[in-house]
Design a protein around this ligand. Structure first.
Ligand code: PRP
Length: 215
């Protein structure tokens, strides 16, 4: 029996991948929100799900800890995508990466004046590339979460973060001043596994492809 291991992360990616798995005839038998298990069984004896941190999904697939995974385009860009085949944009977990500042900060003035901007973010690759293209000098401060706090505490002028509804920004008196890119989740596949486990992986990729919502 050829075992297929799928890497997922908790939350929207897990929830929105379930209908796609259903299209492949796969049902996950435990809820990651309540189970302490890191390996979740499915109704298919040869398919299992490993629950990993969102930022670790590309790494698990790259090194063969998982054969396939679902990961945000943001995470994929920061990872670099080495060793990964990327067959499908799943059009799920949609959001955007944006620049946000305190609502009393004059961003336009700051970027046109040629001064250095202090930017706090977990997305250092995306932020560096974006501001380099704009010709704005930035000092990047790497954070791992709660980016919204950085401008509020005076540690940074701006943040680069995911925005979905905009509620988190609003609740913290921040405003979105630039949209850097639209984000959705992608299917990633280990390149060696794609050759060695071609048939079962093809089945999953094809089922996912036919179940993607177009909007
Ligand atoms: C993301 C992001 C924002 C929030 C935006 O965090 O970092 O904090 O969602 O969503 P909204 O625009 O709908 O308010 P997430 O919950 O993914 O967790 P994280 O803090 O681990 O990044």
């Amino acid at each position: 029996m050829t075992m297929i291991t799928l890497a997922l992360s908790k939350g929207r990616i897990f929830d929105e991948t379930m209908p796609l798995l259903a299209a492949a005839g796969i049902k996950v038998l435990e809820d990651p929100e309540t189970s302490r298990k890191l390996i979740l069984p499915t109704n298919q004896p040869d398919v299992r799900v490993v629950m990993v941190r969102a930022t670790d999904v590309p790494t698990y697939v790259q090194y063969g800890g998982a054969d396939i995974g679902v990961t945000g385009k943001d995470t994929l860009i920061e990872h670099g995508g080495q060793g990964l085949f990327r067959p499908l944009d799943l059009n799920i977990a949609k959001c955007r990466v944006s620049v946000a500042v305190r609502n009393d900060f004059d961003y336009e003035h700051a970027v046109t004046q040629g001064s250095r901007l202090k930017v706090a973010t977990k997305y250092t690759h995306i932020a560096r590339e974006f501001f380099a293209t704009k010709g704005v000098h930035v000092d990047l401060i790497k954070l791992y979460g709660s980016m919204e706090l950085a401008p509020l505490t005076g540690m940074a002028d701006a943040i680069v973060d995911l925005v979905s509804t905009g509620n988190t920004l609003k609740a913290n008196n921040l405003v979105e001043v630039e949209r850097i890119m639209d984000i959705s989740s992608h299917l990633v596949v280990n390149q060696a596994a794609l050759k060695l486990k071609q048939e079962p992986l093809r089945h999953i990729i094809d089922a996912f492809a036919s179940a993607i919502r177009k909007d």
